[in-house]
Design a protein around this ligand. Structure first.
Ligand SMILES: [Zn+2]
Length: 94
């Protein structure tokens, strides 16, 4: 059964810098809705670990990439993203 593993090279950015693995977890905040339909006060905060969203990032040029795995589960560089996706909170508190 023991087949010889193919040599592995850690994923590298287009700029030549080594990539790091980032995992994003969900930080959930439960809030009430006010009588006027606005975002109200915080009821509880939750932090849950489901399946984190993973990306590969370059700390030098800030490129980031999808994470892919080869047939034996080793991390490979996937599709490149040109700009970091930004999550914004659009609900006004008052
Ligand atoms: Zn780079």
């Amino acid at each position: 059964m023991a087949t010889k593993e193919k040599p592995y090279q850690r994923p590298v950015c287009h700029c030549g810098h080594e990539l790091l693995l980032f995992e994003e977890y969900v930080n959930e905040i439960c809030k009430v809705i006010t009588e006027r339909g606005k975002v109200g006060h915080t009821l509880k905060r939750g932090f849950y670990i489901n399946e984190p969203r993973r990306t590969l990032r370059c700390l030098k040029c800030r490129n980031y990439y999808d994470v892919k795995f080869d047939d034996i589960g080793r991390i490979l560089r996937g599709r490149k993203h040109s700009a970091r996706r930004v999550h914004t909170w659009t609900g006004a508190a008052r």
